[in-house]
Write a protein that binds this ligand. Structure first.
Ligand code: AMP
Ligand code: MG
Length: 412
């Protein structure tokens, strides 16, 4: 991987893949299963396979508005059949369609006995109660046969599926009013920094607003977690240690931002050590997000994410999101990766792997990644536009315009 040995990450920088492995190995799936109402289940992860408890459609239904006919009756030019009744969605035609007969039928209506095709109304010749076809018709046309979607006892959704809009609809169609899901991981968010004030407070002198817990709350919620806002902690060792200890009493995962660099006031690591946590990751060969810290204390895990708003977001998506999804037993825990042509030169950050915020687009039939003009890891305004990260490999000083690159798609 490193053709030029000088570009090998220094010993104290952990390659991204190794950091991810350590993080994932330390996170154990949550065993608790909750049975919840389907309408509350958006974004949750199925704990067990979901079987269809009925066949869909349960009977042959018409896919169009028109006439339920016996195709043999109507396939000869000039043939006419007699209208004898009607079938609508939710209301069957009670009898059988006999030779020489047809029924008016609407989309979703059960196809009556005897009928074997739907003549759509646009193709029908209507002469009072006598119906003919403009064009020859095909046996079985416009009929959705019973079970074409799924049959009773088929597995429609597998354990580990995340319930999005389509999955919820399928669960409903399969007849489930409630679904077994894994418990949401509880994530306590802490912002470290004596410079930080909350949005409802008035910043004084050298203070700035806390913004990280807002992005993190959104990202974590989107990843299926339940968020506890544990507040802002000033850069004091004892205060930090106590705040982490308190957060650990109410969460599976504690996520801090800031306080993980090399400064005198970067106290997250010492506080974690004092609490007896095992530090598994500190300093990753990546940009932005190098100071990312990850630790384990028993079954609980702690992320010390960087302070800069963009670094927080990148580190969250590379490491914390997969952990939250693994905890929920999700079958797909990684963000989709694509190949795309970069539209402008992108600088790398050897020996670190760089992640450049970008916009992904399909242009002239090709996936293209447009690197955003950004002012670095504090440029929240530029990052807001990003829907992807261009990955610039560890040993690459820059990617040129038109080069094919790996791109990580951010959740929309
Ligand atoms: P640190 O890693 O604590 O040195 O923080 C790096 C930079 O990110 C500093 O400029 C901090 O002011 C900024 N920062 C840290 N935490 C937050 C936060 N919660 N919201 C916004 N900016 C932050
Ligand atoms: Mg700080």
């Amino acid at each position: 991987m490193y053709e030029d040995q000088r570009l090998m990450p220094p010993k104290n920088l952990l390659p991204v893949a190794d950091a991810l492995k350590r993080v994932l190995d330390a996170a154990s799936p949550i065993a608790d299963v909750e049975t919840i109402a389907l309408r509350e289940a958006f974004g949750r992860t199925l704990a067990r396979d979901l079987l269809a408890t009925r066949t869909q459609p349960p009977f042959d239904v018409s896919a169009m508005d028109g006439y339920g006919v016996r195709h043999a009756d109507i396939s000869t030019p000039g043939a006419r059949v007699k209208l004898v009744g009607e079938a609508a969605a939710g209301r069957s035609f009670p009898g059988e369609v006999k030779a020489g007969e047809c029924v008016r039928i609407f989309t979703g209506a059960p196809v009556p006995q005897g009928a074997d095709a739907i003549l759509i109304q646009e193709d029908a010749i209507v002469e009072g109660a006598m119906i003919g076809a403009r064009e020859p018709i095909r046996k079985g046309q416009h009929i959705r046969v019973a079970g074409v979607d799924f049959r009773a006892d088929e597995v429609g959704l597998k354990a580990g599926a995340r319930l999005g809009p389509a999955e919820l609809a399928l669960a409903a169609a399969m007849n489930h009013a409630t679904v077994p899901v894994t418990r949401r991981p509880r994530v306590a968010l802490l912002s470290t920094g004596s410079e930080l004030v909350e949005v409802h407070e008035r910043p004084q002198g050298a203070q700035i607003r806390n913004s990280n817990t807002y992005s993190l709350a959104g990202y974590a919620t989107k990843a299926g977690a339940e968020v506890v806002q544990a507040g802002i902690v000033v850069d004091d060792f004892e205060v930090t240690r106590q705040a982490i200890a308190d957060a650990l009493t109410q969460a599976d995962v504690v996520m801090l931002s800031g306080g993980v660099s090399m400064g005198d006031y970067d106290l997250v690591k010492p506080a974690l050590q004092a609490l007896g946590a095992e530090i598994l990751v500190e300093k990753v060969a990546m940009h932005p997000g190098k100071p990312t810290v990850f630790a384990r204390l028993g079954e609980q895990v702690i992320f010390g994410l960087p302070g800069n708003p963009v670094s927080v977001a990148v580190s969250f998506h590379l490491f914390a999101r997969p952990v939250l999804l693994k905890m929920q037993g999700a079958s797909e825990i990684h963000l989709p990766r694509k190949r795309a042509y970069v539209t402008r030169q992108v600088k790398g950050a050897p020996p670190r792997r760089s992640h450049q915020p970008a916009r992904l687009q399909l242009r002239d039939g090709r996936a293209k990644a447009e690197p955003l003009k950004w002012g670095g890891s504090s440029d929240l305004v530029a990052f807001m536009q990003a829907d992807a990260l261009i990955v610039v490999p560890e040993d690459c000083a820059s990617l040129n315009a038109g080069e094919l690159a790996e791109v990580i798609q951010l959740p929309s």
